[in-house]
Design a protein. Sequence first.
Length: 368
Amino acid sequence: MQFTDAVAVAGTRRRDDGYLVADARIARTGVQTYLGREVGKPDRALVRVYRPGSEVFSADTLASAAHRPVTNDHPAEMVTSANWKQHAVGQTSDEVAGEGIFIRVPLMVSDEAAIKDIEAGKRELSAGYTCDLDFTAGTTPSGEAYDAVQKNIRLNHVAIVARGRAGHEVRIGDGAAHWGASPVPTADRKDPDMPDTLRNVVVDGLSVSTTDQGAAAIEKLTKDRDEARRAKSDADTAHNAALASKDEEIGKLKADLKTAQDAANIDVSKLVADRVALEGQVKAIDSAIDPKGKTDADLRKAAVASKLGDEMVADASEAEVIGMFKALSKDTKNDSVRDALRSQDHANVNDAWGDGVFAAAGVSKKGA
């Protein structure tokens, strides 16, 4: 369980380099009163916690006070090597000693802003520490009753804090965030209750009045919620992008399939007729040209080369070859086409010119 104690800063002074040094009484023996909810007993209004000298001045507890980070207010987390640079404004020394009922340790504050806060009146030190609570009731050697005993006290940091409330409403560890378990002075009150001074926190547009501890809890929960929302939004964006990519891929496949289907639905009869006509024109120019296995372009090129010479087609584009072929076949009578169509049925024509027809169309005869 996490606790805080608070005492006044004693004997501060500036060094030549500007650092501030002070003696701090950071923990004490005796009985202190806490709200039940602060020590895990929400069914109780108050819990009296005893800190015996045997625990406060044990070797392990004193050793835990050495070289501890000094912070400006209590952080909302344990100070470790991972966040030391974020929270620390100074450090305690290793000259830890017992002084009456107190643990005393010199400390140095090396951050100028924190030093100015102290010089402006923020002159309370509050030790943040962990301990085990043994809820075994008893009576101190001086006859004071208690409900629980602190054991295994281990310091984590020493915080510079302000006295935030006046008179009997002052809670010595004021500003402790979720370290929060702070003693409640009750000497002048019969029925202590929660402090009157609360913080207003805006949650989703609504103003909520709560304690410092409640505000810290709300802020953490709100932060966690916002981070979860951002993570979900990022996941949704990535999912939608993946769906859009798949839709684009499906669209392309559909277009490719339609193109393939259109190619498979070629009008074979027209292709055969056009091929027969072309071969007739070629035969009329040069009957020695064999059309078998040749495409339409090959036939036109062969006809032009036969009539005008190879040099005319050597570097000529297909469009130029078509122009020259049209000029050569313009006045050529092509009775061979008519004769071929008359003398052969459709199946024979397909067999006779099929290879060239389908080669010209860019599909295989078998696939057609």
